[in-house]
Write a protein that binds this ligand. Structure first.
Ligand SMILES: Cc1cc2nc3c(=O)[nH]c(=O)nc-3n(C[C@H](O)[C@H](O)[C@H](O)COP(=O)(O)OP(=O)(O)OC[C@H]3O[C@@H](n4cnc5c(N)ncnc54)[C@H](O)[C@@H]3O)c2cc1C
Length: 541
């Protein structure tokens, strides 16, 4: 049975998207609207109509990379670097980037998701090689310290927090702390320093990037939650616990109690201790989307990059993919020797034959996130510390916590005061203890209109900036239903990730989620390992 464009759009709910109008299309420029990744496109995988569509064309490729995000382009970079050109990249969205996608408002580009990369430690030689290729790492000083392109180094001030009506520098709420709280803060860092000094038998750090390369010595901590680790060490200061909870929410979309202690400590230790590290934080007005755009320019795929292409079925034994080109409404069959699944792992079971995925459907869980970009006629101010790149409210009620906002236009402040308004990106992980709670958040995200979600965002921002609505000229809402893999206790070393990474016939998964932590570094390493595997498989290693 043929599938007309109209039918496909109707069955998938893509009509509004294809017609170029927003779900919440209002004449005012400030009318909130959805932009970015379309949940409806992802849900096409559930549509039987796709499977019924006749095949219009057959093609062959040595390697097919499914997904045009950080992992997909890292795999492409590696294949090309090692001399293979016979590969294609398929991306279901019209734009590349995935969770690192950038958007543009008239005032500035901005992130829709991932927005920074800490400069990697020296052990991450492949990642340093990538950054050199992208002309971000421009050289090394005499003592071996990497030198980064200045425009990518986060401008000062990096962080401030909002507490009791005032902005304070940094992220730890030290103002008004008791001597006992101060002593706990010091003891926490002493504890981290002690862990940082310990070396494995190979002389390496215990906590490493990618996380699966970490030493076996402390892996037992993965069974414990970060909250339990803090309890065990007598850390009960709300200030310290808020600070560590913030780190877990920011990096993993999880609370202290939902984060594995190994993952929580990994955040502080895998790149060398945060309070002594001199390596900078790399960021761009458009967030990590600009990093992906550089990768795209570097690998220069031309017609081998196919956006608007959804992979909806894979035969892992025969190396056959069925793909729908959503722009031309054609269905294509592709024969490949190796398939790199650089898309979220939980989707793979939907394209494989029934019962072919050895990983159980609930083995990995993902945190939903609400993100919004606001274009403001005036940069946000406030009493106390000046506007920083990252601006975080201290909210004592854990149920009401959000991560505040990052300023896309902040990098302009390197050379001059930010003028002519600003674009800020609001971040809120939607945390829950169990899959039912996460599903409820997802239903809320997908069931609300842009105006409803924008009210949630504005309400949170008004707590920090009471008059913010007056300065608003545009508000774009991004819904991430399965934004981040959750490193809950037992997740990192409990066996599920090994199964998630294991090849299934000629398919190997390699997005950040099979690395275990939602980080660019994990996507990169999962992807280059998978690219090496693909080369081996096709006899080009
Ligand atoms: C709100 C948010 C903030 C974040 N902040 C940071 C940060 O600051 N720093 C950081 O390092 N990490 C951050 N992350 C984590 C980020 O997800 C990873 O760093 C990384 O970008 C993940 O890339 P990926 O390629 O593995 O997966 P994805 O980004 O999920 O890319 C997968 C791609 O596959 C495509 N796809 C899916 N199904 C199909 C199909 N059937 N056919 C074809 N294509 C398909 C998708 O459209 C997508 O483009 C953040 C994530 C979110 C959601």
């Amino acid at each position: 049975m043929g599938l007309s464009r109209r039918e496909l759009l109707r069955t998938s709910g893509l009509g509004a998207l294809a017609l170029g109008c927003n779900r919440d299309d209002k004449p005012s420029s400030a009318a909130p609207r959805f932009t970015g990744q379309s949940p409806e496109r992802g849900h096409l995988l559930r549509s039987a109509a796709l499977l019924d569509a006749p095949i219009d064309a057959h093609i062959r490729a040595g390697v097919v990379i499914v997904g045009g995000g950080a992992a997909g382009f890292s795999a492409a970079w590696r294949l090309q670097k090692l001399g293979l050109d016979d590969f294609i990249v398929l991306e279901l969205e019209p734009e590349i980037g995935g969770t690192a996608r950038s958007g543009v408002l008239p005032r500035s580009p901005h992130p829709m998701g991932a927005h920074y990369l800490p400069a990697p430690p020296r052990e991450c030689s492949e990642l340093l090689e990538l950054l050199t290729d992208l002309d971000l790492l421009v050289g090394y000083e005499h003592d071996g310290t990497p030198e980064y392109r200045s425009t990518a180094i986060c401008a000062a001030p990096e962080e401030r927090h909002f507490h009791a009506g005032t902005w304070h520098p940094g992220l730890y709420p030290s103002d008004g702390q008791t001597p006992a709280q101060e002593q706990q803060w010091e003891r926490f860092w002493d504890q981290l320093r002690e862990l940082d000094r310990v070396r494995d038998h190979d002389g390496e750090l215990l906590f490493r990037l990618p996380v699966r390369r970490s030493s076996a010595r402390l892996r037992g901590l993965d069974q414990l939650s970060m909250a339990a680790w803090l309890d065990e060490h007598g850390f009960d200061s709300w200030r310290l616990r808020w600070y560590v909870d913030y780190a877990c929410r920011d990096d993993y979309g999880c609370t202290l109690a939902q984060t594995s202690a190994f993952a929580g400590l990994h955040h502080f230790l895998a790149r060398g201790l945060e309070d002594t590290r001199e390596d900078p934080l790399l960021t761009w007005p458009g967030g990590n989307g600009e990093l992906i755009a550089s990768l795209r320019a570097r690998v220069d795929l031309g017609a081998r990059l196919k956006t608007d292409h959804i992979v909806y079925a894979i035969d892992p034994e025969r190396g056959q993919l069925r793909v729908r080109d959503l722009a031309s409404e054609r269905s294509i069959s592709i024969e490949a020797q190796a398939i790199l699944w650089a898309a979220p792992r939980f989707l793979l079971r939907h394209v494989l034959p029934r019962d072919r995925d050895p990983l159980s459907a609930d083995a990995l869980t993902y945190a939903p996130w609400l993100v919004a970009n606001l274009e403001l006629r005036e940069p946000p101010g406030g009493v106390g510390a000046t506007l920083a790149w990252d601006n975080v409210p201290i909210i004592e009620n854990p149920a009401a916590r959000n991560l505040g906002y990052v300023v896309a236009t902040h990098q302009e402040g390197r050379d001059r005061a930010i003028e002519g308004g600003a674009v800020i990106t609001y971040y809120q992980p939607l945390v829950a203890d169990d899959p039912a709670g996460l599903a409820q958040h997802r239903a809320h995200l997908l069931g609300s209109d842009a105006r409803g979600l924008s009210e949630q965002v504005l309400g949170a921002l008004e707590h920090m900036h009471p008059g913010i609505r007056r300065h608003l000229s545009a508000l774009h809402v991004h819904r991430w239903g399965h934004a981040m893999i959750r490193p809950v206790p037992g997740h990192l070393f409990g066996g599920a990730l090994e199964l998630a990474r294991a090849p299934i016939g000629c398919v190997r998964a390699c997005a950040t989620d099979v690395g275990g932590l939602p980080l660019f570094e994990e996507a990169f390493y999962a992807a280059i390992d998978a690219a090496d595997w693909a080369l081996d498989r096709i006899g080009r290693a």
